[in-house]
Design a protein around this ligand. Structure first.
Ligand code: FMN
Length: 217
């Protein structure tokens, strides 16, 4: 490289680095493919195989697999009424599923069946205290929005949002058992730290996280 160009590249390098940090690549909305709602293992077989696994391959889930996973977790199964695959107290539907992947953080929009961009940062390592969370392809974060829970007491909001999350998590477990995926639900999360990194509003609470991926070979 001629001497002048080399000098130019050296001079511009700090500026390029500042730009890369200040303007991270923008995340786009992901239109999830239509979920495949037939097939899968019979329920009794999925129940027999449901388990927590903590060793994950870094292999990514295909868009179709992600679509099916999120629909099974908490998708709309009765479009006429907008009701979901998991029950919620008084049908408040207060649980949001955030999806932490290498490319960034997304919010599952069940109605549009899309992933809405939230942050173009890899937050996987912050979704739990166990080392596997940073390399597994998907960490789901179940976040309750207390502002959707009416005038219930704080005690009831905590209780119902935890119960409602349990149903969603079990849907994820059964889907994973059916598809041969590995998963584990996790309470061991620095919740205030994660909420701050996700830039959640004060009325939003991290309830649990759940890692999903292919089992390590
Ligand atoms: C509310 C809740 C929180 C959990 N938190 C963690 C966790 O932080 N880390 C972990 O590795 N497993 C966690 N687990 C998974 C349990 O350890 C696991 O379900 C239990 O050992 C039984 O194993 P099984 O799911 O294979 O039947 C949690 C499970 C539940 C229901």
């Amino acid at each position: 490289m001629p001497r002048l160009s080399l000098v130019c590249v050296r001079a511009l390098l700090p500026l390029l680095l500042v730009c890369a940090v200040a303007f991270p690549a923008e995340l786009q909305t992901i239109d999830l493919p239509k979920p495949q709602t037939d097939g899968g293992k019979p329920l009794m077989q999925a129940l027999k195989e449901r388990s927590s696994l903590r060793e994950f391959s870094p292999e990514k889930l295909s868009p179709q697999m992600l679509s099916n996973l999120l629909w099974a977790a908490f998708g709309i199964n009765r479009p006429d009424s907008g009701r979901r695959t998991a029950p919620t107290a008084s049908n408040r539907q207060e649980i949001d599923i955030y999806v932490a992947m290498a490319e960034g953080l997304y919010l599952y929009d069940a109605k549009a069946h899309q992933l809405q961009p939230v942050l173009a940062e890899d937050l996987r390592a912050l979704t739990g205290t166990q080392p596997f969370v940073r390399d597994a392809p998907v960490n789901l974060i179940f976040v309750a929005d207390f502002s959707k829970m009416g005038k219930s007491s704080d005690e009831n909001k905590v209780f119902y949002s935890a119960a409602d999350t349990g149903f969603i998590s079990q849907n994820v477990y059964l889907f994973c058992a059916s598809e041969g995926l590995a998963t584990v639900v996790r309470g061991s999360v620095d919740k205030p730290g994660l909420a701050a990194a996700m830039k959640l509003r004060p009325e939003q609470r991290v309830i649990l996280a759940q890692t999903v991926g292919y089992p390590k070979k």
